[in-house]
Design a protein around this ligand. Structure first.
Ligand code: 5GP
Ligand code: ZN
Length: 115
């Protein structure tokens, strides 16, 4: 738990949120400012700042998150039509919350390239 980390507070339920998915290691909840009809954030409960802060000890956790995401997409009804998964990293990546998270966006066609 990192002091003053909003996603640590959400993951520990210090700040209540609608829980879309939860297990021992992972929490998913709606983005406060949705950029698509479905916009969920998937976070590890353990604080990791960003992808650059991961190491080989995190391989199981990272793999787990990648397998949980399609289950969440199916639960939210966007798996059949497809969805986008985004991990913004540091300033140039557009990261604004420094607790690693996967955006899961769906419910509309996603253009490419992103802005
Ligand atoms: P980033 O820009 O770091 O990739 O994504 C951070 C995301 O977190 C943004 O889409 C933003 O809307 C969302 N966000 C920021 N603060 C909160 C919050 O307190 N609660 C929730 N549910 N989402 C948040
Ligand atoms: Zn955190």
């Amino acid at each position: 738990m990192q002091q003053d980390c909003i996603f640590c507070k959400i993951a520990s339920k210090e700040i209540p949120t609608k829980i879309i998915y939860e297990d021992e290691h992972v929490m998913a909840f709606p983005d406060i400012k949705p950029a698509a009809p479905v916009h969920v954030l998937v976070v590890p409960k353990r604080h990791i700042a960003n992808l650059c802060e991961t190491c080989s000890d995190d391989i199981t956790l990272l793999g787990h998150i990648m397998t949980v995401i399609p289950k969440i997409a199916a639960q939210l009804g966007v798996a059949d039509d497809g969805f986008r998964t985004v991990v913004n990293t540091k300033d140039n990546g557009g990261q604004t919350v420094h607790h690693i998270h996967w955006h899961v966006l769906g419910g509309r066609f996603m253009t490419w390239p992103p802005g």
